[in-house]
Design a protein around this ligand. Structure first.
Ligand code: SF4
Ligand code: SF4
Length: 196
């Protein structure tokens, strides 16, 4: 919810790095981002204020990253989460070009810190991206970013089952009709933003 997300808060991105062992090396050329805080400032509306958005993989229903992968390393689980099999990935990076949301990054350097032993160490030479903290989903827990956002009290992020009409997220979508980024591309992304 861009109406609730604030400029200074970076709890979601911080929690993601710890949960998924995604380090910062202090070098833009090799730093990976599974989730980024983005500032959007309307150019042509006088007096319009900036909004702040977390951007991540949209887990597109028609995922171009999956279609272009030559070795079927990218695939969609039955619940709709788009994943990468790091053992299959050959690092060709076609998927990075295909993704219109710039959600994927290439692992140039191995992680020295292993902040969460529930997830494997990062493998050099493959592509990675947000997986909705699939290790947590399978334990009926929230993704780390959502949990961290909830702890701030703002509750700017909600996660849930879009196929369950009674879930909190489904009720939220009916009530506020939030939009998706670049809906015109027809990829049916599963991340929605209110206030854009
Ligand atoms: Fe693939 Fe990008 Fe869509 Fe994620 S946002 S499913 S990486 S095309
Ligand atoms: Fe598939 Fe890996 Fe190539 Fe991406 S980089 S298209 S996941 S093999």
């Amino acid at each position: 919810d861009a109406n609730l997300c604030t400029e200074k808060c970076h709890e979601c991105t911080h929690a993601c790095r710890i949960e998924n062992n995604v380090p910062l090396f202090g070098d833009e050329k090799i730093d990976a981002y599974w989730i980024r805080k983005v500032t959007a400032t309307p150019k042509y509306i006088e007096g319009a204020e900036s909004i702040y958005l977390p951007m991540l993989c949209n887990h597109c229903e028609h995922a171009p990253c999956e279609h272009v992968c030559p070795v079927a390393a990218t695939f969609t689980r039955k619940d709709g989460i788009v994943l990468i099999d790091k053992h299959r990935c050959i690092g060709c990076r076609y998927c990075m070009i295909a993704c219109p949301y710039k959600a994927r990054t290439f692992v140039f350097k191995k992680t020295t810190k292993w902040t969460n032993k529930d997830v494997p160490k990062r493998s050099k030479g493959v592509v990675e991206k947000c997986n909705f903290c699939v290790q947590r989903i399978d334990q009926q827990r929230l993704p780390a970013c959502v949990e961290a956002c909830n702890k701030t009290g703002e509750k700017a992020m909600i996660f849930g089952n879009l196929k369950d009409r009674d879930s909190e997220i489904s009720q939220y979508l009916r009530k506020y009709a939030p939009k998706r980024l670049r809906e015109d591309l027809g990829l049916e992304p599963k991340v929605f933003y209110r206030g854009i």
